[in-house]
Design a protein around this ligand. Structure first.
Ligand SMILES: [Zn+2]
Length: 259
């Protein structure tokens, strides 16, 4: 594969990332609507049930070609489809930059896509599907055994420490009778701890904190004090913190050390 020019791998990573993004937006929609995930047949418009043609299901492109509306009934297509596809595209490209076009790229692409799908579902429903969090934990642990990044001991300890820390926080929320970190977040932290390893957890947690405070700040500017009364889903921030830590964790630690 050495003879192929480098841009070839970026194009391949972009196409595969976009396709995975398209598949995960179908997964997200079907999970939220509580319909069978593996239902055969072509996708349908959720508003008018008409079957979508192939040209209506091209990642990103279709959204703009259709100007965000269904060809048949003109119902608005949620911008989340677009965001999921763009997120998967960006993740795939950043990963191929990090790992090259390799097995590590492929597995992390799948793990990251699971985090992206989980984030959008959590954002809409405040739930995280077990097949994402527990399935992801198994895949992340298997990856650590297979690729040794992070080492399997580090992945196992990260998995346990991450889940245990969030389980304690979850119990505290329940004890105080408040809605906050849930069991879904505990399982998500098992997956994330296994992905970043125990030495990656501090950077992941700090990034998650910074990102969620930034988001709260932006929302407070737009909505005023009401924002603090509303529950926020932690899944998207934990997932983004994890993905940024995988991509830039080492640089962040070096930068940290210099301060
Ligand atoms: Zn329609």
């Amino acid at each position: 594969m050495d003879q192929l020019p480098p841009y070839f791998f970026y194009i391949a990573a972009a196409v595969i990332g976009l396709e995975l993004g398209g598949l995960s937006s179908i997964f997200i929609q079907r999970w939220i609507d509580n319909v069978p995930i593996c239902r055969p047949g072509r996708s349908i418009c959720p508003a008018c049930q008409s079957k979508l043609e192939w040209r209506d299901t091209l990642p990103i492109m279709s959204y703009f070609l259709l100007r965000g509306r269904c060809r048949h009934c003109q119902a608005r297509i949620g911008a989340q489809y677009l965001l999921v596809e763009i997120s998967c595209l960006a993740w795939s490209l950043a990963l191929v930059n990090l790992h090259g076009f390799s097995l590590a790229w492929g597995i992390h692409l799948v793990l990251g896509t699971m985090l992206i799908a989980g984030s959008f579902i959590d954002f809409e429903t405040f739930l995280l599907p077990d097949r994402i969090t527990l399935g992801g934990t198994s895949l992340a642990l298997a990856t650590a055994f297979l690729l040794k990044t992070p080492g399997w001991q580090s992945a196992m300890i990260g998995c346990l420490v991450g889940a245990l820390a969030f389980w304690v926080i979850e119990r505290l929320y329940v004890w105080r009778g408040k809605f906050g970190v849930g069991l879904g977040d505990v399982k998500l932290m098992a997956m994330i701890g296994a992905m970043v390893g125990v030495e990656g957890l501090p950077v992941t947690i700090v990034l998650t904190g910074v990102l969620s405070y930034l988001a709260l700040g932006i929302m407070a500017l737009r909505m005023g004090r009401d924002v603090f009364a509303k529950p926020i889903p932690y899944g998207p921030f934990l997932s983004l913190g994890c993905m940024l830590s995988i991509l830039y964790g080492k640089q962040i630690l070096v930068w940290w050390g210099r301060m």
